[in-house]
Write a protein that binds this ligand. Sequence first.
Ligand code: COS
Length: 380
Amino acid sequence: MSMQLTEEQRDIQRMVRNYAQEKIAPLAKEIDETGRFPAEAIQGLADMGIMGLNIPEEYGGAGMDEICKVVAIEEVAKCCASTAEILAVHLLVNDIIVKRGTEEQKREFLPAAAEGCLGAFALTEAGAGTDAGGLTTKAVYADGHYVLNGTKCFISNMGPHEGHHVVVIAVTDKEKGTRGGMTAFLMKRDTSGFSLGKTEDKMGIRGAAVSELIFTDCAVPESCVLGRVGDGFKVAMSGLDGGRIGIAAQSLGVAEAAMAGAVKYAKERVQFGKPIAAKQGLQWYLADMATRLEAARLLVYNAASERMAGGDISQAAAMAKYYASEAACYICDLSLQIHGGYGYMKDYDIERLYRDARILRIYEGTSEVQKMVIARHVLQ
Ligand code: COS
């Protein structure tokens, strides 16, 4: 099915698809094997305006809409889920700065972000994953500065060679908790007192670095506060609403690649004297995969349209992220099954896609968190 895209959205789709197929797809296998940062792919996307697609033109961006964001992430994910993850997190951070930043912060960070200087978002801690309100990284105010102490873990877009700035959520008033007790800070990577801990060795999306961030008496001026003091949990949650649409788009791209691989293989692979696509058992697999892919696509584009219309999009984003990530894993699993023993070998893309897909149901809120969000809306 083709979504009803505007001419501009179709142009972006064509441009990113061509670039991703020509330049990113050939790198995907090597990026997965080495776990290296795909610097040339990020630079290429920046050159096309994609790293700043959700940044207004006055700050050096391309000023595109939410559907363009979905289209771009989806097209990149079809070729390399790692590169799509880096892009999705970066766009989430751009979005938070655009919506919450002061004029000074926008002028300082957005033009660099549009050029590909990566942004990271630091919420998660060892003891605060699903229970995001349970974080313990502290920011204490004294003499015009906040002093941060604590450790964040699993933070995307911060690695040995990548990561330029970071949005950090910290506790500023323990008593108030999620309602007024947390504050967001925006700082550069080279801030004194901030350092990188362990960079994780992962099962999938291996080119997208995930690291521990350590804050040791890290003093930042008051001007680093992003949004209002006490609004940190809301900054994080509303940022994640948009971020979840990004991950849903990444899921869609991974699912499309797995689907295409399954169709191609089923037509080519001959057993019992015929292509295996002639077998009804496999046709039923393909029909289920195609139906879930279509349903996922509708939810993802619907969530993006709702975000453009304004209002509360928590439920639409949670539904899109939940359904599309589950569909991606289901489609990758059946695609691998259709590939049989060959699918388990590294010669076929499905082996990588299967590993890449597994995180989609976990990060930016597990499927269980999405169901909590959806159920709360249903019961409201
Ligand atoms: N947008 C704006 N504000 C939001 C919000 C959203 N999407 N979701 C919650 N809030 C606000 C609430 O409105 C509430 O403030 P008020 O009482 O003033 O209205 C406050 O935040 C606390 O909300 P709530 O009571 O719902 O918080 P909980 O501690 O129950 O947390 C969940 C809710 C579980 C949904 C949240 O912790 C969550 O999303 N966890 C997963 C985090 C995640 O995705 N981690 C991955 C990190 S990035 S890889």
